[in-house]
Design a protein. Sequence first.
Length: 124
Amino acid sequence: MSFPKAVKIILTAALVTGAVAWSNDAGKSTTVKGYVLDSACAFTKGLKKPISAECATACAKAGSPLVILTDGGAIYWPIADTTPSSGQNDRLLPFAGQKVTASGKVFERGGSTAIVIEKIEAQK
């Protein structure tokens, strides 16, 4: 096999591997149901639901990122898929302390789960 042909094969394999890896990072469309509360309480207080809407709002306004905590205890970090990225607290503040249904693309990395919210509404 000639050197140029070997380089072409290696480059093709690298491109295919990169395309497969990229497609795995594209996110999976999912619907999540849970409470909107601040991340600090979600981790440090062991809560199953927020203390109150006022508490979640106050923490968010003080800078704590809001998250979605499911009944099963999973925590979803709302993120933007834009560059530069942006915080999602403004979008979640109307739902602070409430149970919501959110749909969008979910990404996982290093034990964390994030969601790019396409639609969110309060549960009735």
